[in-house]
Design a protein around this ligand. Structure first.
Ligand code: HEC
Ligand code: HEC
Ligand code: HEC
Ligand code: HEC
Ligand code: HEC
Ligand code: HEC
Length: 437
């Protein structure tokens, strides 16, 4: 829908009879008695369930809810819509279909609320009054990255070492003060290293144990290091997590309890092509034209989207000065290997999370979860069963035909089924040429 027509619907809404009526009622003053209990109940429910996408009086991801009840009168059942908007669209309601189309087909997830709850929420929205003493929001301080255990150990160790060394120095000075009193010549300063060597000479047994420990520790570190070269995911190594130009949070946008945006709304290539693709900033603008402020980063991060597409939020116009975003690539297979998303997402019907980990629940910053080694690919191909029979997928129907309609195929099938399942490996998932050009 074009910007102009969207503006028109918005204006139409504003001048809609319901809003007019509400305006007349409130300006009449005394006649608008607000039921405090119903209002408070509605506010609570609204904040718990709807506030991430709706505002009472302003369009956000979803339209403002003020006046929504009146808009639905005679056109459909707003209760059914809220409880399961997609099902209601499927039932054929025209208003619901139009609403969905007008909002860039963003799915409003089913809401676990009763009809009374919905009435309370809409009552609250219709009678919404912004808090009188609303203070300007302060930007939340950037959370300091907690130090890992490992770093604390090193720091504690260094502090202890410093204390020990200075104690050594103090002892040396005290010792010389005593010798001076006794009329003996001061001992020459031998330095820290000299003291260590002297201690080792006097305690040969302990010294050799210490040296042995150091050597073992060094070898383990080197060994691990050699195995980690070029491998960034999996459980043994730190996950690769490069910094990004905008603090884009996957848990907020894709998380079920948050905005619950489908992965493929942004990574639309995954179903159809080799690459999943990174969305352009224009995709962000579908929502961020209306949402200029986030709960944790205020306006700072979203302003970077505006800068990228050249959008002036004050005048709501494009300035023409674009500054495209450069996201840092997280996953990097070497050129010698070939990987295709469509094969895995559309044909194999694997969930993104199988290979990318808990993106929607854990990754406020995106990271590489799995190692992406050859061993990782072929291990899954060895374990994963392919349901060829009865598939509605043309690719599998062809394999099924080959395996059942020719004598050669039937022999092959018998061999595959010795372990009672057909795996990816058996269909060619271990052939070098499938993954290497
Ligand atoms: C994840 C985001 C999201 C949440 C959470 C959400 N909504 Fe929505 N809502 C939308 C979107 C988006 C639309 C616009 C229609 C569409 O694209 O499906 C919408 C539309 C609506 C409409 C129709 C408005 C109109 O102008 O006709 C109502 C009513 C509504 N929502 C009520 C609610 C209530 C009540 C809750 C909480 C119990 C809620 N929504 C929670 C996203 C959300
Ligand atoms: C609102 C848009 C949006 C949604 C929804 C979304 N992503 Fe992303 N995704 C991005 C952007 C932008 C990046 C670029 C890097 C970043 O996040 O900082 C990205 C990066 C990624 C990457 C890393 C790409 C690389 O460089 O290797 C993966 C993997 C990924 N997303 C998976 C998912 C999965 C899985 C889901 C669903 C659970 C999902 N995304 C939902 C916008 C989105
Ligand atoms: C379907 C709608 C939608 C899309 C698409 C979308 N966002 Fe958002 N985004 C939101 C909403 C709603 C919020 C406000 C949530 C909150 O903080 O309560 C938000 C918040 C944010 C925030 C602030 C987070 C915070 O808590 O401070 C950033 C940064 C952000 N989005 C970046 C992006 C980027 C980059 C893209 C495109 C790759 C994008 N968004 C696409 C709906 C969307
Ligand atoms: C079978 C494992 C697997 C599944 C399932 C999978 N991916 Fe990937 N994904 C990969 C691998 C491997 C790479 C690295 C590819 C490369 O570097 O060529 C990758 C790269 C990406 C990238 C960055 C590069 C690109 O292709 O654009 C994004 C974004 C991404 N995946 C998103 C998704 C989303 C969204 C889904 C679900 C719809 C998904 N992936 C499902 C394995 C998988
Ligand atoms: C989580 C499991 C999983 C992982 C990990 C995985 N795959 Fe797959 N792969 C599958 C499944 C299931 C199929 C079967 C789809 C089909 O029948 O084509 C498949 C099929 C394939 C095929 C087509 C095989 C054929 O017979 O035509 C290729 C090529 C492939 N994968 C490459 C890769 C590469 C490269 C990687 C690693 C970067 C990888 N896969 C990682 C599950 C996985
Ligand atoms: C399911 C996909 C798949 C199959 C089948 C496969 N490979 Fe690989 N292979 C990969 C991937 C992915 C990499 C890159 C791994 C990495 O970067 O750690 C790779 C890397 C390699 C490398 C380079 C190792 C290195 O350290 O750079 C060689 C050599 C190789 N494969 C040989 C083979 C041979 C020979 C076969 C057949 C017996 C084979 N591959 C079958 C996916 C596959």
């Amino acid at each position: 829908m074009s910007f102009v027509s969207r503006l028109l619907t918005r204006t139409a809404r504003l001048s809609g009879p319901a809003v007019l009526l509400a305006f007349l009622l409130t300006s009449a003053g005394a006649s608008a008695q607000v039921d405090k209990a119903q209002y408070d109940q509605g506010e609570k429910l609204f904040k718990a369930n709807c506030g991430s996408c709706h505002k009472p009086d302003k369009d956000m991801t979803g339209p403002k809810l003020q006046g929504a009840k009146a808009l639905w009168e005679g056109k459909g059942d707003v209760h059914e819509w809220v409880k399961n908007s997609q099902a209601y669209i499927k039932s054929g309601n025209e208003y619901a279909k139009q609403l969905f189309a007008d909002h860039n087909q963003i799915v409003m997830p089913p809401q676990a609320v009763s009809n009374e709850d919905i009435d309370a929420i809409l009552y609250y929205a219709d009678n919404f009054a912004p808090p009188a003493s609303a203070k300007p929001k302060e930007a939340a301080p950037a959370a300091e990255a907690p130090k890992s255990n490992w770093e604390w150990w090193v720091i504690t160790g260094l502090v202890l070492l410093l204390v020990l060394l200075s104690l050594g120095g103090v002892r040396f000075q005290l010792n010389n003060a005593v010798r001076e009193k006794q009329g003996l010549a001061a001992e020459p300063a031998i330095g820290t290293w000299g003291r260590i060597v002297r201690w080792a000479k006097r305690n040969k047994g302990w010294a050799s144990v210490a040296v042995l420990l150091l050597v073992v520790w060094g070898s383990v570190l080197t060994w691990n290091f050699l195995f980690r070269i070029g491998v960034y995911g999996g459980d043994k190594v730190a996950h690769y997590k490069p910094s990004q130009p905008i603090a884009f949070d996957h848990t907020l946008h894709a998380g079920k309890d948050n905005l619950a945006i489908n992965c493929q709304y942004c990574h639309s290539g995954a179903e159809k092509s080799r690459h999943a693709g990174i969305p352009s900033a224009n995709v962000c603008m579908n929502c961020h034209k209306a949402v200029s402020e986030g709960k944790t980063t205020g306006t700072a991060e979203i302003a970077k989207i505006y800068e990228a597409v050249g959008w002036d939020p004050k005048t709501n116009t494009y300035t023409g000065h674009e500054k495209p975003l450069v996201w840092n690539k997280v996953h990097n297979l070497p050129d010698l290997a070939y990987f295709n998303h469509s094969q895995h997402v559309a044909v194999a019907k694997l969930e993104c999370q199988k290979c990318h980990g808990p993106v929607d629940t854990k990754m406020d910053q995106i990271e590489q979860w799995e190692p992406l080694t050859m061993g990782w690919c072929i291990q899954c191909h060895n374990e994963t069963e392919v349901k060829v029979a009865g598939s509605d997928n043309g690719y599998y129907q062809e394999i099924h035909r080959r395996l059942t309609e020719t004598p050669m195929g039937r022999m092959e099938l018998k061999k595959y089924l010795e372990d009672e399942k057909i795996t990816v490996r058996e269909l060619g998932g271990w052939e070098c040429a499938k993954c290497h050009y």
